[in-house]
Design a protein around this ligand. Structure first.
Ligand SMILES: [Zn+2]
Length: 143
């Protein structure tokens, strides 16, 4: 999903949740998790292209036109969510942490359903096993 699509999905969900939340900041953390994990696309673009500043259009073209050879996207990893969940559960126990994780989970699920890469590509160790090669991440019909 594009950043605009994540904004269009996550923003109304965060606003709808507001009246049901004890702390309105939970909606903000949910929104941050649902939208801002795409920041890893910017990092990867700058790393690969050695260009800065960057435009959103250039980043989206780079990813959606499959101009990259390696797909790292470290924040797009279910393993990271499990680690965050464990840290939050055992050490922090913050409703902000759970809200952030829930937003990230929504982001990963919607990306998994809509993007050109196979759903397994959202596991860091799957990407690592395939040396982050984009060709191994694409859905079969795109290979
Ligand atoms: Zn994403």
């Amino acid at each position: 999903m594009t950043l605009k699509q994540h904004l269009s999905l996550t923003t109304p969900l965060a606003l709808l949740a507001l009246p049901f939340l004890e702390d309105p900041l939970c909606a903000l953390f949910f929104w941050i998790g649902g939208v801002l994990i795409d920041i890893d696309h910017s990092i990867e673009y700058v790393w690969e292209k050695r260009k800065f500043p960057v435009s959103l259009a250039a980043i989206e073209s780079f990813f959606y036109n499959l101009e990259l050879k390696k797909l790292y996207c470290v924040f797009h990893s279910y393993e990271l969510l499990v680690a965050l969940l464990a840290i939050n559960f055992f050490f922090v126990q913050s409703s902000y942490g759970y809200s952030l994780i829930l937003g990230c989970l929504l982001h990963l699920i919607t990306d998994s359903l809509t993007n050109q890469v196979h759903w397994k590509s959202y596991f860091f160790f799957y990407r690592l096993k395939h040396a982050f090669a984009l060709g191994k991440m694409l859905k079969k019909e795109l290979r």
